[in-house]
Design a protein around this ligand. Structure first.
Ligand code: UTP
Length: 466
């Protein structure tokens, strides 16, 4: 079928006119964007969400997930030692790979560029990418293993992300050990007509297809096959905006493997019922993540007889995923449900003028990686201490901002030092002086103790590096 016929059949006939009206350079780009669209999928989504508002009904009682709680005594310590040994063995055996989710738009942060380029180190000013890369290097050195690293980008930020790695000489990593995979995009459509919006003459309003797009990007790019060829069986996935991530934490990997899980989760205890974090739970015998916006206040606030939140497990969005499971999830296209969101999207009107709506005018579609959980034959949730592993950067100021994250990282470093017997001076605000520990020098508290035995008290901002 010709492009124009395909567009009309998919209910997108207005794009035929847009193509005809576009200036020569614009027309080429528009034609390329249209050719890349999965028109069948767009038609299905428009039918489901615009014409029928057929969002999946989230029914069924929610219970806490199957979880390994934080160690609280000698038995738990033995349990964790055993799990850690399993994880370390998999890492040393070269069976663990990494996938960093960095394709998001970071709208709330409002930073110009990929979030990974955000200057983060309190002393060096190193970016989030640099911070993660140093940890990856430290993990590789510790386990003497290749630990390949995939980085998910989007068409919007792919070029500048690659450039950041090139400019930084790959943060001293072997370029062959890092692979960028580009996620797909989906168009924003008019919320009433379902017509795909143009953000400028000759340019569709496209946005990344959600972090569930990781799976399809890995499959389509061939990265999944390349990882399998290198002997990788388990992927540790993490988010660019949480610098506290303990990358490839052997405890987590070990619990995941020991449980024979297809996909597993890290969780922190929710601070309060209405904390804006997804909740890991069980529904109808399956593990699910429910977004905070989909939980009613009563369910979120329900407590057990000890007074603890029943739905305690806040989703850290860090997972272990078996490669074989990722393959199943992408057989014959992405097997994840699509979600829709109403947004304000500036666009061209029929007279070719840019309109900046003050009300949500458009529908966007995306998939979430955690929607794979109910399809896992087995899944385990591992609780971690928030102050050790979770402080995401979502907003420019206030909660979950660069300031709160830097503070939390600083506090963690100060605790490591204190546990190693090294006093750290505090400022008049009660916070430790600025500290930065290069992960390649010391990746965790235990390594700080070994490297810095007998170190003098720290009285001024300090960078600890090898
Ligand atoms: P968020 O859902 O917090 O989105 O992403 P975001 O793009 O960073 O920020 P907002 O919502 O626009 O303010 C969580 C993680 O998932 C990645 C992000 O890069 C981040 O690491 N992500 C998100 C993708 O890789 N692709 C996507 O399509 C969406």
């Amino acid at each position: 079928m010709q492009a124009s016929a395909r567009l009309r059949a998919a209910g997108q006939g207005h794009l035929v006119a847009a193509l005809a009206d576009a200036a020569p350079g614009d027309a080429e780009r528009l034609a390329a964007q249209i050719a890349a669209l999965d028109l069948g999928l767009v038609a299905r989504l428009v039918d489901q969400f615009v014409h029928h508002d057929d969002a999946p009904v989230l029914d069924g009682a929610l219970a806490p997930p199957d979880a390994i709680p934080l160690a609280r005594g000698p038995d738990d310590d033995a349990r964790d030692r055993a799990a850690r040994a399993v994880g370390e063995e998999a890492l040393r055996g070269g069976r663990v790979g990494l996938a960093l989710l960095a394709g998001g738009q970071g709208t709330r942060l409002g930073f110009d560029g990929p979030k990974g380029n955000l200057p983060f180190g309190s002393i060096t000013g190193n970016t989030l990418f640099a911070h993660h890369a140093a940890k990856v290097a430290a993990v590789r050195a510790r386990y003497a293993a290749a630990v390949p690293w995939c980085i998910l980008t989007s068409p919007t930020n792919d070029e500048v992300t690659r450039q950041a790695f090139t400019d930084a000489h790959w943060f001293d990593l072997d370029p062959g050990s890092v692979e960028f995979v580009v996620q797909g995009t989906l168009p924003a459509v008019d919320r009433v007509t379902g017509e795909i919006l143009l953000e400028a003459p000759g340019r569709l309003a496209l946005s990344p297809d959600g972090h569930g797009g990781l799976l399809l990007a890995l499959r389509r790019s061939g990265a999944l096959d390349r990882l399998a060829d290198r002997g990788i069986q388990t992927l540790f996935t993490f988010q660019v905006d949480n610098p506290l991530t303990s990358i490839a934490d052997p405890l987590f990997v070990g619990h995941h493997l020991a449980a024979g899980a297809d996909m597993s989760n890290l969780a922190v205890r929710k601070r309060e019922p209405d904390e804006r974090v997804g909740v890991i739970a069980r529904r109808d015998g399956r593990t699910v993540v429910v977004e905070y916006s989909d939980l009613d206040a009563e369910t979120s606030a329900a407590r057990d007889p000890q007074g603890d939140l029943i739905l305690w497990a806040g989703n850290v969005a860090t997972h272990c995923i078996e490669l074989a499971f990722a393959r199943t999830l992408t057989d014959g296209g992405l097997q994840l449900p699509y979600h829709r969101a109403l947004k304000r999207v500036p666009h061209l009107d029929s007279a070719g003028r840019i309109v900046a709506p003050d009300q949500p005018n458009a529908m966007k579609f995306e998939t979430f990686i955690f929607d794979a959980l109910p399809m896992a034959r087995a899944s385990i949730t591992v609780e971690v201490a928030r102050e050790e592993q979770f402080s995401p950067i979502k907003n420019a100021s206030g909660a979950d901002s660069p300031a709160t994250c830097r503070r939390d990282v600083n506090r963690l470093y100060a605790r490591w030092l204190a546990a190693a017997g090294i006093a750290v001076a505090h400022g008049s605000d009660g916070e430790p002086v600025d500290l930065e520990i290069d992960p390649r020098f010391a990746l965790d508290g235990a390594e700080v103790r070994v490297r810095l035995a007998g170190h003098a008290p720290i009285t001024a901002p300090t960078l600890l590096t090898g």
